[in-house]
Design a protein around this ligand. Structure first.
Ligand SMILES: *Cc1c(COP(=O)(O)O)cnc(C)c1O
Length: 377
């Protein structure tokens, strides 16, 4: 089976994990510190590691003082994690539409949904693309909003020759098993805002003040104060050991992901049934490869047919504004036109560094065959 996505693990990661196990210190210790230091050099900004990308978003929002009574603008076409991170603080996610051109947050649509309760905007770098990120920051300055980037898809992507995470307000990454690099589970927050840094350092450790630095010295806090709600969201040395090796291998991963995505583009660009999501792979390191199949009616049948050919496919995402927990009467009055129009037609094709260009050719050949049989439209 050609998998839709997977972790790519070498002997280096296995050895690194064994050496942490041999230490018999598995919690948050020197390996996490080392991983944070390496990530800080990568981004050129302070980095705090946490258990996953969702926790990174949750703690970032909390550190900005966002909670009950507040609203956060976010595209509906994202992983549930973006929405759940917002509701976790007590705030309300305001589902926004995307631009049909690039599938990224539509600022004019977001502007229509602003109220006096709006405190932040969470752009989602869908598939790894960032679009006109400058206009998001401009919009945020205009309305005095915090910008918490959901950069889970965009590890390694650059914007105007700067790495995503190296500029802006707060950027959150995920290191879950299938992301551009993994630490098993894991995630990180990148920011230069000292207040946010100090708050996150405590809140990831149940709110115990100054616990982070003690743990890096393999010490514990016995006498301490807690002034805020905290969470058990810190990273472990086992995870960091995997992450460090993956970071070493990242340029190799990035090269391969770009090559495969370009190959898909080349093979599909002429097809009249398919619309590509335009991404410039000189700057984007793609996390997933999504196509839009014009007029697609029976996605389940495509999935079944391709599975029978040994190809695993899926789709990203079921829009959040259609999920029971996030449904909002506002969206009946003010529909998300592009999202509602395109999401039935999206299909994600396999993309991970262990895939070959030959695999991509085979996947495309089988995809076109299924579409041309005309049972799916
Ligand atoms: C993976 C992902 C997250 C959350 O990351 P986890 O590490 O799985 O918690 C958030 N947003 C998007 C768009 C993601 O793809």
């Amino acid at each position: 089976m050609l998998r839709l996505s997977k972790s790519c693990i070498s002997d280096a990661e296995k050895k690194a994990v064994l050496s942490v196990l041999d230490n018999e210190f598995l919690g948050m210790g020197p390996k996490v510190k080392e991983f944070e230091d390496k990530l800080s050099s990568f981004f050129g900004r302070p980095v705090m590691c946490v258990t996953n990308g969702t926790a990174a978003l949750h703690l970032s929002l909390q550190a900005c003082g966002i909670g009950k009574g507040d609203e956060v603008l976010v595209p509906s076409l994202t992983y549930i994690a973006s929405f759940q991170a917002i509701t976790a603080t007590g705030a309300k996610p305001i589902a926004c539409d995307i631009e049909s051109r690039n599938f990224l947050l539509n600022i004019s649509d977001a502007e229509k949904r602003i109220t006096s309760k709006t405190k932040a905007i969470m752009p989602v770098h869908y598939t790894g693309g960032v679009g006109r990120l400058d206009s998001v920051f401009k919009f945020a300055r205009q309305y005095n909003l915090r910008v918490i980037e959901d950069a889970a898809h965009a590890f390694g992507t650059t914007y105007k020759n700067k790495l995503v995470g190296s500029f802006g307000d707060i950027s959150c990454f995920s290191f879950d098993g299938i992301k551009n690099i993994t630490s098993g589970e894991g995630g990180c927050i990148v920011t230069k805002d000292k207040k946010v840094i100090n708050k996150v350092k405590d809140s990831r450790l149940l709110g115990v003040e100054k616990d982070t630095d003690k743990r890096y010295r393999k010490e514990r806090s016995w006498s301490f104060d807690v002034k805020n709600q905290g969470w058990r969201y810190h990273m472990s040395d086992i995870m960091a050991a995997i992450g460090l090796e993956q970071l070493n291998r990242f340029s190799e991963f990035a090269k391969k992901r770009r090559k495969l995505a370009k190959k898909y583009d080349d093979l599909l660009i002429q097809n009249k049934n398919i619309k590509l999501i335009p991404r410039d792979y000189k700057s984007v390191v793609p996390h997933i490869y999504v196509v839009r199949i014009i007029g697609l009616k029976n996605r389940e049948l495509i999935i079944k047919n391709l599975n029978q050919k040994g190809i695993q496919v899926g789709y990203h995402y079921h829009p959040n504004h259609w999920l029971s927990y996030f449904k909002d009467k506002q969206n009946i009055k003010n529909p998300l036109k592009v999202t509602d129009e395109v999401y039935h037609e999206l299909l994600s094709l396999p993309l991970h560094p262990d895939l070959s260009e030959k695999n991509v050719s085979y996947i495309v050949k089988e995809l076109i065959k299924v579409i041309e049989r005309n049972e799916v439209k």
